[in-house]
Design a protein around this ligand. Sequence first.
Ligand SMILES: *Cc1c(COP(=O)(O)O)cnc(C)c1O
Length: 383
Amino acid sequence: MMERIRMSSPEIDESDVQAVVEVLRSGTLSLGTKIVAFEDAICQYLGVRHAVAVSSGTAALHLIVRSLGLGAGDEVLLPSFSFAASANVLLYERAKPVFCDIDRRTFNLDPASVERKITPRTKAILAVDVFGHPVDWDGLGEIATSHNLLLIDDSCEAFGAEYRGRKVGQFASAAAFSFYPNKPITTGEGGVIVTNDSEIARLTRCLRNQGRSEMGSWLQHERLGFNYRMNEMSAVLGLSQLQRIGSFLEARKRVAELYAERLRSVPWVQSPWVAEHVGMSWFVYVITLDEGIDRTAVVAALQERQIPVRCYFSPLHLQSYISRYTDCRAGDLPVTESVAERTLALPFHNRLSKAEVDEVVDALEDAVSRIYSKPRNHMVPNA
Ligand SMILES: *Cc1c(COP(=O)(O)O)cnc(C)c1O
């Protein structure tokens, strides 16, 4: 029987397995040489001065927020169209998330909406390179400079992406990347903080290791810290994966092109839009259904054929636990809300074959034609 199509899948080869096994045999499972080597390799690849590897992308973001001193009374501007961690790290520190609307093509922060939400309490912009498409760094950089705001980059979905020929990760005070298994490279669980600011690097290194200073002894703590360390098995896996990043990004781009080619002739679907001056790091493949297409019915029909899809994202300002922390309500972010009702992430990973892409798109076309072939409702919307 053919293997079911998978939503996402890491690419693990024999060299990854060997590298991890070697670490296991060495007996040094934490605080060894592999984390240092992984951090050096990341600095080289991204063209940044400092990398601090941690236990997750969320931990990376949290330590950035903490090291910048954001806290009670501080407002931070961010998109609602993101993963919950983007807002949670602000709530951990009692900073206030202020949700902004997005650009309807890139799904990234709309600088005009950001500017409208600035108040005297605004301290920072937390931008998210959604789905691996870099945000408008020129636009946001200008706003940050002219209003004296900090810039944080949640680049958890965009490892390897480029903006005007430079790798994402160097456009903010600090950036966070994630190495969860569905991200472009994986360490199982893991993340990294990258920055050109040596003070942020020093502080986040201290905070990830229970507040110990680099020089002090094991039981000397200089501040309240966390255990957010990355272990040696994860670090060596990341190091091994990073050597193949070029082929990973190429493979993902190829799958995106296969989808785009097939979807070009499907009138009620919009493929992802890519700005001219950016290099995507394809994280997921998210299509937008035309208004009037019943997404719930489409998802159910696809699931019936064992084709996994996800409704990416569910806006943060509409999630019940967040409503206590924000005044933003349904109707306040019209682009976010309209986009979020119509987007659908299709199965996407390095090794998705042309036959699998065809199967997904065939099933999608079949689902929509069946839904709209019912009596008195035979028209496909906007066809
Ligand atoms: C994956 C992700 C994170 C969190 O990364 P973890 O490693 O899962 O903690 C944060 N922000 C965004 C936008 C993400 O996609």
